[in-house]
Ligand binder design. Sequence first.
Ligand code: HEM
Length: 205
Amino acid sequence: MSEKLYLYPVWVRLWHALNAILIILLIISGISMQYSDPSNPFIRFDIAVSMHNISGMILTANYVAFLLGNMITPNGRFYKFNYKGLLGRIVKQFMYYTIGIFKHEKPPFPITKDNKFNPLQKFTYVIAMYILVPIVIVTGWALLYPELVLTKLFGGSGLKINDFVHVIIGFFVSFFMFIHIYFCTIGATFVSNFKSMINGYHESH
Ligand code: HEM
């Protein structure tokens, strides 16, 4: 019998849906600007630029909502590490994903109402949400208004380094998203985690 736990409050689901849509728009417009032939672009260059800038601005507001939500609601506790034994727990979860799962072993860190994420999941969510996404947001705003800091303080090289960091970390966020979606398929059923993000209830084995 599968058991259902209410783990995803409405605000998390709304934040997540908007975040996912915006990141997909940012990836599509970003790739179009980066790689397309300007005379024959995937998305017309000026449209891709507007799409990227507007999505980035809404993403920033949505990100601030996420930070505030995690500060003022109990959801923030799922993003805090207990550093004692952290590496060991991450390795244990990794071994489960690479070996144990294929032997039909039980997950080493079952999901409970106080333990929404397994250690590897928590680690990647914290890296994505508290390191990668903020770096992309800050470097994105810096590219939008380079005259404010970049060119004043660092000249042309500041602009190049900032651009490089924006593109590389943006790539890592895209990479995170693909891996994240793959791991979301490892639930009670192939689709149960996706359903959780719609109805708020996590379904355990
Ligand atoms: C189409 C794209 C995406 C899909 C289908 C998707 C799917 C899901 C699903 C099914 C969950 C619930 C299961 C779980 O907690 O692991 C989830 C949670 C989460 N996702 Fe995504 N995701 C997408 C994009 C993203 C992106 C782009 C980010 C961040 C850059 C992200 C960050 C998160 C975070 C932080 C959680 C946990 C939220 C919480 O409960 O506090 N997701 N996602």
